[in-house]
Design a binder for this molecule. Structure first.
Ligand code: DC
Length: 219
């Protein structure tokens, strides 16, 4: 079984996806982290984002990705990257790369090859719509912009709330307006709004939905 979890930054999708991965004992794929790793390499190499050939050349130095329960590990040149990838600046760069059609298409193939026929809990912006459109369970986790910005603000250091709010609004807009695979819920995704909910409440709701869906699939 593949479980696709999409949603904007700060919606709680990563926390929910990791908990589900543990509960169901399935590997966890954070596609955003892989986008961020590519963005990190692009920044380091001074890649010109308007030059598609240069952007695609990044696949020759693609990060090594390893997925396991509640973990997506990415390493570049033998070095494991994690905190280096978390900032809003890398998120902005990743979002810009995600709007390049040829790059997106290659990324979809990259993720499909990585997972193959295995079961997985995968999260991102286009998992249910494009990476694994046949996933039997699709969730779209969302929350109000203010609440998402508040959550991100508490995670990051050295930035003001207003800066985070502006960065998230810009990222949402770019992701939703990109030319191919624009960010939106899959038609068969179940929408979960986590505004005003604790993580425990949100996880409880998601587990209830998944159990209900699994029972329906078995019928
Ligand atoms: O999930 P995240 O915030 O770490 O993702 C960072 C950016 O990467 C996001 O704003 C857009 C891009 N991204 C994407 O285009 N498609 C994905 N499946 C995951 C991330």
């Amino acid at each position: 079984m593949k479980i696709a979890i999409d949603g904007p930054a700060g919606s709680g999708k990563s926390t929910i996806a990791k908990i589900l991965s543990k509960e169901l004992n399935l590997p966890y794929l954070d596609t955003g982290k892989v986008y961020r790793a590519f963005a990190y390499i692009a920044k380091e190499e001074g890649i010109d984002m308007t030059n598609t050939k240069q952007v695609l050349s990044l696949f020759d130095k693609a990060p090594v990705v390893h997925i396991s329960v509640a973990k997506t590990e990415v390493s570049i040149g033998g070095k494991c990257l994690d905190v280096e990838l978390k900032g809003e600046d890398t998120g902005r760069y990743a979002s810009m790369m995600g709007s390049i059609p040829e790059f997106r298409e290659r990324m979809v193939k990259f993720f499909r090859k990585l997972v193959g026929d295995a079961q997985v809990v995968a999260e991102g912006r286009d998992v249910g719509t494009h990476i694994f459109p046949d996933a039997p369970i699709k969730l779209f986790i969302t929350a109000s912009l203010e609440e998402r910005a508040r959550r991100r603000f508490l995670e990051l250091s050295g930035v003001s709330f207003q800066e985070v709010l502006k960065a998230l609004a810009e990222r949402d807009k770019r992701d939703m307006e990109r030319p191919i695979y624009p960010f939106k819920p899959a038609e068969d995704a179940i929408i979960v709004d986590t505004t005003g909910k604790s993580i425990e409440q949100a996880v409880e709701e998601v587990l209830r939905i998944i159990k209900g869906r699994a029972i329906k699939l078995r019928e």
